[in-house]
Design a protein around this ligand. Structure first.
Ligand SMILES: [Zn+2]
Length: 67
């Protein structure tokens, strides 16, 4: 199960939670609000070396060889 990051606009609380992929957003653990928004996390983003975000498969910046 991936860890998702959520933000509650009600109390401005940010938290992480282990959720199933298609599970609905949890309530805020701080204020109990149900307006929490799922943040875009870095889950699944490979690479990080060289600062090239072109392709995680070939790490060459061009996907012509791996896709
Ligand atoms: Zn809250």
């Amino acid at each position: 199960m991936p860890i998702y990051e959520y933000h509650c606009p009600n109390c401005n609380h940010k938290f992480e939670m282990l959720r199933k992929v298609n599970e609905v957003n949890p309530n805020c653990p701080q204020c109990g609000g149900n307006q929490v928004k799922k943040l875009v996390s870095s889950f699944g983003v490979a690479g990080g070396s060289g600062g090239n975000s072109g392709c995680s498969g070939c790490a060459g910046g061009s996907c012509s060889t791996c896709h």
